[in-house]
Design a protein around this ligand. Structure first.
Ligand code: KG4
Ligand code: ZN
Length: 338
């Protein structure tokens, strides 16, 4: 049977809705970003995020059904982000997804947000084959995993403190740049003078594939305290921070490829949109004679398409009960294989 799944993503500050069809691929997707809602607070306010999702999900569902030119009767499953993420935001998406599934008499399946990110490159024309090494870099996660198939994940390393996206966001705040910090740092770093500041590459002198990013934020803080913050200095600090963050990720990815013997690297999650990271990993994988896969830029950050795709692959595992539970903390290694 062909699966045509409506996917709903609400784990943080983006409401994403999409329809994926096993035979025809992605039929439509739509996104509402809450950036403006949270900007004045300098970060995501969980309660405001949950309320905004409630307002936006149903209009977005109507919009994607229209865009895809399909009726609700043709949908045979609803997928929603079940975790990890902000509890209130997850509850908003889960409740709507379960309600729609009940009304449409189709199964509803809870999707792991990071599995969604990891499978996002499967939506591209050049999709990776298994096995591969995955680098997942977002606002809440930084991890390397060995992936042998859907649901066959072995975590090789992860952050011991801040996620790399979180480090971008915190450093941007220190520099007085806007939220979200990643794109803001990347933009001003283009004008940065290489070599004026040099930040440490955390954990690279130790064996293993774990990461640590809280020290980089401290380096930025110390540098700010010692210098006048004119626009050139802000660019120079942003540049030094980005170089250190990207270098560390590249070094650990090379280690993971060598450790597993895998010939493919898949990069996903919001920080995967970073151009400097993309070029650095391209150079490294060319040297190592490995293939590199990314989702398109708009599917690096949170979106409904990745949830619809993962949901289509896991629809047969849907829980037939109408009750639901969200999982704000949830390890990728706890997922069943497909
Ligand atoms: O995957 P995502 O949209 O949401 C989470 O699951 O967390 O990732 C958001 C994170 C934020 O920390 C944001 O600053 C970062 O991804 N980000 C970037 C870029 N675009 C988004 N970081 C660096 N460079 C970018 N271009
Ligand atoms: Zn995400």
């Amino acid at each position: 049977m062909v699966n045509r799944v409506l996917g709903i993503e609400t784990s943080c500050d983006d409401t994403g809705v999409a329809i994926y069809d096993d035979e025809r691929g992605l039929l439509a997707h739509a996104l509402y970003s809450q950036i403006e809602t949270h900007q004045e607070y300098g970060g995501v306010v969980p309660e405001l995020a949950a309320r905004d999702h409630i307002r936006k999900i149903v209009p977005l569902v109507d919009a994607v059904l229209n865009k895809a030119g399909c009726t609700q009767e043709s949908i045979n499953g609803v997928a929603y982000t079940c975790g990890p993420g902000l509890a209130g935001a997850l509850l908003a998406g889960s409740a709507v997804a379960k309600g729609l599934a009940f009304a449409w008499r189709v199964p509803a399946v809870g999707v792991h947000h990071m599995e969604g990110h990891m499978l996002a490159p499967m939506l591209e024309d050049k999709a990776p084959e298994f096995p591969f090494v995955a680098l997942l870099v977002s606002g809440g996660h930084t991890l390397l995993a060995e992936v042998k198939g859907i649901g066959q994940y072995k975590i090789l390393g992860q952050t011991l403190d801040d996620a790399v996206g979180e480090a971008f966001d915190k450093t941007a705040k220190i520099l007085g740049l806007g939220y979200p910090g990643g794109p803001a740092i990347a933009k001003v770093a283009e004008q940065g003078k290489p070599g004026r500041f040099e930040f440490p590459r955390p954990m690279v002198d130790r064996p293993g594939m774990d990461f640590s990013y809280s020290g980089l934020k401290t380096s930025a803080l110390n540098t700010v305290a010692k210098n006048e913050l004119d626009s050139q200095t802000i660019s120079d600090i942003a540049h030094a921070f980005q170089e250190a963050a990207v270098d560390t990720l590249t070094i650990k990815c090379r280690r993971a490829l060598k450790h597993t013997g895998a010939k493919r690297l898949v990069v996903a999650g919001g920080v995967g949109a970073n151009k400097r990271l993309r070029t650095s990993l391209k150079t490294m994988t060319q040297t190592e004679q490995c293939e590199l896969f990314f989702p398109r830029i708009e599917f690096c950050t949170d979106n409904g398409a990745m949830i619809a795709y993962a949901g289509a692959k896991r629809l047969h595992q849907a829980n037939p009960e109408h009750a639901f539970q969200v999982k704000p903390r949830w390890s990728l290694e706890d997922l069943p294989p497909v």
